[in-house]
Design a protein. Structure first.
Length: 442
């Protein structure tokens, strides 16, 4: 199966079809999730249990929607110590990054003499962190979604994730939850999980926001329920661009193409280069790498890199390659170049930028510290990575003294009169002055 090769060396305009992702058209999924959402709304836990059996293949006759304490203890007993240590290492780095990112609780300044204004940062009351499972187990996603929630001080951070056929949560995911400090993990994924936290059920608490990546089913449910629950940044199927100049070993670029393309057949991944040598070396190296990663993951990667949402893009010059990146606005961008810092300054649109040959996307995904839950489907043009700010809201605060009021009130009164709001104007008129004096005299 040949790698898809897009030769754009003679193209004056970058073709639109290269910028489409699998989530670009969700009409099929929007219609399919409607009855699932309605069932959860009307039946609650009963629907969640039925869908766990139907969609997740849960076999045991008894099935608890909430993970029980015994399941956490069993997970620690089953998982190798070096895996637990790697999880702990990741949690420490991700926590340190988000603690540094956290804003001060309150700031304000004196705007004019006697008039003060600023912001207070307040955590959101209840946030659901979605951890996918359909194409693997993702304790890293739990870390990325829950650590900033804990750092932000969210009173009720919960996790929802699909159960396995045994009716349990992935062991490493439970371990990560415990090491982060998350107590409440619920076994409900897909559209039904999104509906559960949007409406609330007997077992699953209603939340104000949901964060985390998911399949087109999850993305569609978030959109459908956006009037009930804040869907967070758009985070759909994985996508990456490897941007390479002529200084790069094409086989190294191909190695990093595997990273996001092995997530699943709905991923998107391109090598973008102006070097024909790099392009040819990469395409030649990929079959050998596929032989090393197992049939399932190799199949996913081949589906992406040999299909319509991935492959190798050869541009007429490196400036056009950078233009491609900015138009694509990838979730993950890896820059392999002789002067990666110089290239970075020309990138406007990307969820994250990893610079140089020692910064593969893998490090960002698991242990580096910055959040790896990133905007997809070109949303990086207006959105950034998941951060501590996504779990907090800003409340504007103001305090005006008598001295400050004397200067501000006449200006505000003129605005009110010009915009046609007599009630506004009355509130800062002589009537207020008289009432204030009267209350003081009293």
């Amino acid at each position: 199966m040949p790698v898809t090769f897009h030769d754009l060396t003679d193209a004056d305009v970058l073709p639109d079809h290269l910028f489409k992702r699998t989530e670009s058209d969700l009409s099929f999924f929007i219609e399919k999730v409607k009855p699932i959402i309605e069932a959860v709304r009307t039946e609650g836990d009963q629907a969640l249990i039925r869908f766990a059996r139907e969609f997740d293949g849960v076999q045991p006759e008894t099935f608890s929607i909430k993970a029980e304490e015994q399941e956490f203890e069993e997970a620690f007993a089953r998982v190798d110590a070096d895996v637990i240590e790697s999880i702990r290492f990741s949690v420490e780095n991700v926590r340190a990054f988000h603690e540094a990112q956290k804003p001060e609780e309150m700031w304000w300044k004196e705007m004019r003499p006697g008039a003060f204004a600023g912001d207070r940062h307040v955590p959101i009351d209840a946030v659901a962190c979605y951890v996918p499972r359909g194409k693997g187990s993702f304790p890293s996603v739990l870390i990325m979604t829950t650590v900033p929630a804990v750092v932000a001080g969210v009173p009720l951070p919960i996790v929802i994730t699909p159960p396995g056929p045994d009716g349990k949560v992935d062991d490493a995911t439970l371990i990560a939850a415990r090491l982060v400090g998350i107590k409440d993990v619920y076994k409900c994924g897909g559209a039904q999980g999104v509906a559960a936290v949007a409406y609330g059920t007997a077992s699953v608490p209603k939340c104000l926001k949901i964060v985390g990546p998911g399949s087109p089913w999850v993305v569609a449910a978030k959109r459908q329920l956006s009037g009930l629950i804040d869907p967070g940044i758009p985070a759909g199927p994985s996508e990456s661009l490897i941007l390479a100049d002529d200084s790069v070993n094409g086989a190294l670029a191909a190695l990093d193409l595997l990273i996001e393309s092995e997530h699943g057949p709905d991923s998107s991944a391109y090598l973008v280069t102006s070097s024909r040598r790099v392009a040819e070396e990469a395409m030649a190296a990929l079959p050998g790498y596929w032989d090393k990663i197992g049939a399932q993951r190799a199949g996913f990667s081949q589906k992406v890199l040999c299909g319509t949402h991935g492959g190798v893009v050869l541009t007429k010059d490196f400036a056009t390659a950078i233009e491609f990146v900015n138009q694509y606005a990838p979730e993950h961008l890896e820059v392999l170049a002789h002067e990666p810092m110089d290239v970075m300054m020309k990138i406007r649109n990307a969820g994250e930028i990893l610079l140089g040959e020692h910064s593969p996307i893998v490090l960002g995904n698991f242990v580096l510290g910055p959040n790896a839950v990133l905007p997809t489907n070109s949303a990086a043009k207006t959105n950034g990575p998941l951060s501590v700010f996504d779990y907090m809201k800003r409340v504007s605060i103001a305090y005006v003294t008598s001295r400050g009021y004397q200067e501000l009130a006449p200006k505000a009164k003129r605005f009110a009169e010009y915009e046609g709001f007599p009630g506004h104007a009355l509130a800062v008129s002589d009537i207020r002055q008289a009432l204030l004096k009267g209350s003081k005299n009293g």
